[in-house]
Design a protein around this ligand. Structure first.
Ligand SMILES: Nc1nc2c(ncn2[C@@H]2O[C@H](COP(=O)(O)OP(=O)(O)OP(=O)(O)O)[C@@H](O)[C@H]2O)c(=O)[nH]1
Ligand SMILES: [Mg+2]
Ligand SMILES: [Zn+2]
Length: 388
């Protein structure tokens, strides 16, 4: 395919100087070379790297010329006549399915240079990504394309999976953290982990407790009340009785929302209830689920409305058994707990870990009943269990 050079697009990228000592496989601060190829390489690598609250400033934001750090310009060759903007719906193996701005779905591979940057990432492209696609393939198939650029992410939820960063979803407004009151039973510590992840990503979380038809809702109050007091919205739902579904539908209208949670809690069932006609696969909770056979196997962005996406998007995700946080340093953990945060300045030692110290205001708060003991337990697990 002949390459036209008329549609050049300028991207201003600014890089923050490295401040912490964390070692990544690629040193992005090494000198930048002049040729556009290597600049693009550096830029994309930086952009797809981890994004904890200490590191997010490194994210490249197109045309953010007013960043105090010295910026520089990168010229990316984008052949506008044969490329199209779109949104990644789903990534399956080597293929990414992209909804183009023209309303068509393209089956795409990913440009080699983007893939070679994925040093600590499981996937380069994730559901929810805004991408540029070069249309067409060598065989002339017009439903195919190549993802040539992944736009900077507004936000992303990541976890650590097999020592690598797994980005679960990108560019969402709301994280619906789904748990079930029974079958499987409520695991408050896992919900806390999701809440911390959402705090870390600066994505507003909402806690959904599904299958309330199976329990006496009054029994949920003690644990649910703690989250509600923290200002987290909690919605009790049942896809069997329809309880809470209208409230949820109103909440997600026009937004981009991800549903996340353990397998079998009813994530896909909830999406089916919100949007009749979706018909996502759901299946019985069985011992197979416990072994990791999930009904939903890949994250999927579902555009709502007509034209698709005009009514917002929902992202269904596979069940997650563990939520090990990615790119978090020990000192950050307490700050991500809104209920622990107010006490940390009163600790005797500025580097207090709030675990073994004697003079610890956080531990006093637990003893005085000002801080929920179960939440404090979650804090201790996260601080220890994630190897931070
Ligand atoms: N009693 C009851 N069962 C429900 C409810 N919602 C879903 N279920 C059942 O729970 C089982 C699991 O539902 P799914 O929607 O497949 O769960 P999921 O969270 O999407 O599971 P994965 O895709 O494996 O992550 C199915 O048998 C559903 O019929 C509910 O509100 N009450
Ligand atoms: Mg599912
Ligand atoms: Zn302390």
């Amino acid at each position: 395919m002949a390459k036209k050079r008329k549609g050049k697009q300028k991207v201003r990228a600014s890089f923050r100087k490295r401040q912490n000592t964390r070692v990544r496989k690629t040193d992005f601060t090494r000198e930048f070379k002049d040729d556009a190829q290597s600049l693009e390489n550096e830029q994309t690598g930086e952009r797809v790297s981890g994004k904890g609250s200490l590191t997010r400033k490194r994210t490249i934001i197109g045309a953010s010329a007013d960043t105090p750090d010295a910026g520089f310009e990168v010229e990316l060759d984008v052949n506008e006549s044969s490329s199209i903007a779109g949104r990644a719906l789903r990534v399956h193996g080597l293929n990414s399915f992209v909804l183009g701005d023209d309303g068509r779905i393209y089956t795409c591979t990913v440009r080699g240079i983007l893939k070679s940057l994925a040093t600590d990432l499981q996937h380069v492209v994730v559901a929810g990504d805004h991408v540029m696609v070069a249309k067409g393939s060598e065989s002339g198939d017009d439903d195919q394309g190549v993802i040539i650029r992944v736009e900077p992410r507004r936000n992303q939820i990541s976890r650590t999976s097999r020592k690598r960063q797994q980005i679960l979803v990108a560019n969402v407004d709301l994280a619906l953290i789904v748990a079930s009151a029974a079958e499987p039973g409520l695991k408050p510590n896992l919900i806390d982990r999701f809440l911390i992840s959402a705090e870390q990503a600066e994505i507003k979380p909402v806690v959904i407790i599904n299958k309330v038809d199976l329990v006496d809702a009054a029994n949920l109050q003690p644990v649910v009340g703690v989250w509600a007091q923290l200002g987290y919205r909690v919605i009790l739902t049942s896809t069997v009785t329809g309880h809470g579904i209208d409230e949820l539908r109103d909440l997600v209208a026009g937004k981009d929302c991800v549903v996340a949670g353990q397998s079998g809690v009813g994530k896909s069932s909830i999406l089916n209830a919100i949007e009749p006609g979706l018909e996502l696969r759901v299946s019985k909770v069985s011992t197979e689920n416990q072994k990791g056979r999930h009904t939903t196997t890949t994250a999927q962005l579902i555009p709502l409305g007509d034209p698709p996406g005009s009514g917002g998007h929902l992202v269904d995700t596979p069940g997650i058994r563990s939520m090990a946080l990615w790119d978090i340093i020990p000192e950050e953990v307490a700050g991500l707990f809104p209920d622990i945060r107010p006490f940390i300045n009163d600790c005797k030692f500025p580097n207090c870990e709030h675990t073994h110290e004697e003079d610890c205001a956080v531990k006093w708060a637990v003893a005085d009943g000002k801080l929920d003991a179960r939440r404090y337990e979650s804090y201790c697990y996260i601080r220890e269990g994630d190897g931070v």
